[in-house]
Structure formats: structure tokens, C-alpha cells
Design a protein around this ligand. Structure first.
Ligand code: SAH
Length: 375
């Protein structure tokens, strides 16, 4: 009895069917037997989907226009979020990082990044990552497990409420640039895209999937009817250097990657963003800028240059301003558009490549306290 009590009291306990894994079109089939059991009309399924996707209900008890016996039975059988907020920290530059605890105790992070006119959510697609890019803290940490579609979507759903509360506006853009490699968790990521778009009505053009260059994933995204955006983490325009920085280059070398990107562009007609982490004297020479321009010659591409954000255990430094300027100058002289991005949220370890779990309770508590007293 005690165990049953604990389980039904805990929003997000395993054993219940997680609704956030599903597109609203599936709600009728999933909820049908429960509705029939209580002689409830079929339209209740749409009503419940509305509560989940439009009204952001935290649980079935919040669904006040449902009969009480239905709410009780739904709560026994289903759940509407697999996440628990483990902590939240706010950076001096306004960035808000969340650490989410999943049902099995794994933890992932997402980051809300405000700019003058919009808020961008950077979310995670895996707990950890198997791809071991040399400059990435998540890669150092290794792979823990795949996230479900619900665990991806719930980062959006929960962060949207925080965004409205903290910034007075909802999320305008979603980028799959947190922990993990989205295209190494393709089924869940594609399902999450469907739910964000078809459930939450989030515009496909406002969602960017960032990949280290997994060719099957790029093809799968190209095959989707919706115009989701694609970003590719390139970091080097030449095979030997890229395979040192991004080991998956061995499996999907640049010529294969670019063949897939050309296919993507033919299918979608969309500009592709290339991310390029600038590491001092490693990948930031003017010669490499020209090789990059050569690669992008027959593509509609845009280059985001991200100064390397130092992680422990490497003696690399970010490229200094003058090397970045020379690199940008070379790209522009070749007609390639580029922008330099400053990592945001450095003081709370929320910047590019810095997302990693901090399990030490002390540190977490300190940061929670720091939230309201943010300067
Ligand atoms: N696996 C996906 C998404 C996660 S990384 C991908 O590789 O695209 C999101 C971006 O942050 C990538 O472009 C990644 O290369 C970059 N990044 C990772 N570590 C970084 C670091 N230490 N400094 C700057 N950018 C980094």
C-alpha cells in the first residue's frame, strides 16, 4: 500500500504512459479505452491534448473542465511530463540554464538565451554523447542514454513557462544544440519535432537541428515535409584536421557529408548553417578559411564562428580577435557570409560545449540560492 501511495503521489513515476511522447493525433487512440471505461465522449481526447499543448497543464488535476473521476483515472494511468527541475541558474548576461532530472535519475540540461528581441531555447537530445568531439565537454563525459521524445519535448514545455515568467515572452527559436547528437537519436528527435510542430504549433522554420554530420540523419530531415532548419558542426574543412577534432569524420568524411548536404538543399531549398569553433592556431588560419570557402562554393551556406570555450584538460585557447577577423575577412572576400557568436552564459557553465552535469549537491544548492540574487 505504501508503495502504491508513493507512486500515485509522484508526478512522473515510471509505469504510467507518458502522453508527451505523442502527437495530439494519437491521443484519441491512446486515451480511448479509458474514456470508454468511464463512458466519456471521444472529444475529451482533444480536450486533454489542448490542456497538454496549449494550456501547459502540469498534471491532470489542473484540467478543471474534466470530470473528477476521469482526472483520477488518467492520473493513475498516464503522466504529462517526465522531468523534474533539479536546479535553475541565471547568468549575468540573462541566460537561464536548467538541469532536469529524468525518471531514472539521469540529468540533462537546457538553456534559455534571451536577446533583445527574442528568446532561444537550446535543448538536449541525449544524456551525454558518444561522439567524443575533442573540444566538447559533453563528449568528455561520454554517453549515458538516449532521451525519449517526451524528454526532449518536455524541456521545451517546461522552459516555455519559465521564459514567459522570466522574460515576459515565450520561446521564439528552438535549437537542438545542447547535450547530445540529435541525429544519433533519430527516432525520438524526429518524433519530438513532430510534436513541437504539430502539437505545440511551433513553426518549423524556428527549429534548428544541429548535427556533427551524420549522413542518414541529414537525409531523414530532408525527407520531412516541414521546413526544419539544419546546422552542421564542421570545425575544419579538411579531412585530417577534422578527424582529429570530430572523430565521426572517419565514418562520414567531408565528401559524403557534402553530398548529403547538397541533396538536402535540393530537396528543401533552405540555407544551411555551418558551425565552426575557432581554436587558436588549430583550425583558424586564413588558408583554412579559403578551403572552407571552396567547400561552400556550390551551397547556400552561412558560417557561425564560435570562439572555442575552454574546457578542462585541454591546453587550447580561443582564437584571438585578430585571427577571427582575418578568417572572416577571407570568407567574405570569397562571398561566404559569416558571423561571430559569443558563447553566452559562461559564468553558469551554460555556454557552447560547456554543458555537463554537476552532480555535487553543494554546488547545485549554491547556485539555486544565487538565482534570485542574480546581478
Ligand atoms: N551534437 C550536435 C549538437 C551539440 S553541440 C552538434 O555537434 O552540432 C552544439 C555546438 O556547440 C556545436 O557546433 C559544437 O561543436 C559547439 N561546441 C561544442 N563544444 C564547444 C566549445 N568548447 N567551444 C565552442 N563551441 C563548442
Amino acid at each position: 500500500m505504501k508503495i502504491v501511495f508513493l507512486m500515485s503521489d509522484n508526478a512522473g513515476t515510471a509505469g504510467r504512459h507518458e502522453l508527451l511522447n505523442h502527437h495530439p493525433d494519437e491521443y484519441g487512440a491512446i486515451l480511448g479505452p479509458t474514456l470508454i471505461e468511464l463512458q466519456q465522449p471521444a472529444y475529451r481526447a482533444r480536450q486533454i491534448a489542448g490542456w497538454v499543448h496549449e494550456r501547459f497543464a502540469a498534471g491532470f488535476n489542473a484540467m478543471t473542465d474534466l470530470p473528477a473521476d476521469l482526472r483520477t483515472l488518467l492520473d493513475e494511468r498516464f503522466s504529462v511530463s517526465p522531468l523534474e527541475m533539479a536546479f535553475q541558474a541565471r547568468s549575468r548576461d540573462g541566460t537561464v540554464k536548467h538541469l532536469w532530472r529524468l525518471r531514472d535519475g539521469e540529468q540533462v540540461e537546457s538553456v534559455l538565451i534571451p536577446s533583445r528581441e527574442r528568446v532561444t531555447l537550446c535543448l538536449s537530445s541525449q544524456a551525454g554523447c558518444a561522439l567524443a568531439c575533442r573540444f566538447c565537454a559533453t563528449g568528455d563525459f561520454g554517453f549515458r542514454r538516449q532521451l525519449s521524445a517526451a524528454e526532449i519535448v518536455a524541456q521545451f514545455r517546461d522552459a516555455e513557462l519559465v521564459s514567459r515568467h522570466v522574460f515576459g515572452r515565450g520561446i521564439a527559436n528552438v535549437v537542438y544544440m545542447g547535450m547530445g547528437e540529435p541525429m544519433a537519436n533519430l527516432d525520438a528527435v524526429l518524433a519530438s519535432l513532430s510534436i513541437l510542430h504539430g502539437g505545440f504549433g511551433f513553426g518549423a522554420r524556428r527549429i534548428t537541428v544541429s548535427t556533427v554530420g551524420l549522413v542518414p540523419g541529414i537525409r531523414a530531415l530532408a525527407a520531412r515535409p516541414e521546413p526544419f532548419r539544419l546546422a552542421v558542426s564542421l570545425h575544419a574543412p579538411e579531412h585530417s584536421l577534422r578527424q582529429m577534432l570530430v572523430p565521426i569524420e572517419k565514418r562520414y568524411p567531408i565528401p559524403d557529408l557534402f553530398a548529403a548536404l547538397r541533396e538536402y538543399q535540393e530537396a528543401k531549398g533552405r540555407r544551411i548553417t555551418f558551425e565552426y569553433t575557432m581554436i587558436d592556431r588549430v583550425n583558424d588560419s586564413v588558408e583554412l578559411a579559403h578551403s572552407l570557402a571552396d567547400l561552400l562554393q556550390d551551397l547556400d551556406g552561412f558560417v557561425n564562428l564560435i570562439p572555442y570555450n575552454p574546457i578542462p584538460g585541454r591546453d587550447w585557447r580561443p582564437s584571438p580577435a585578430e585571427r577571427i577577423e582575418a578568417f572572416v575577412g577571407a570568407l567574405e572576400s570569397r562571398g561566404v557570409e559569416a558571423a561571430v557568436r559569443r558563447p553566452r552564459g559562461r559564468d553558469i557553465a551554460a555556454a557552447c560545449g560547456q554543458l555537463r552535469l554537476e552532480r555535487e549537491g553543494m554546488e547545485v544548492e549554491e547556485r539555486v540560492e544565487g538565482l534570485d540574487g542574480e546581478s
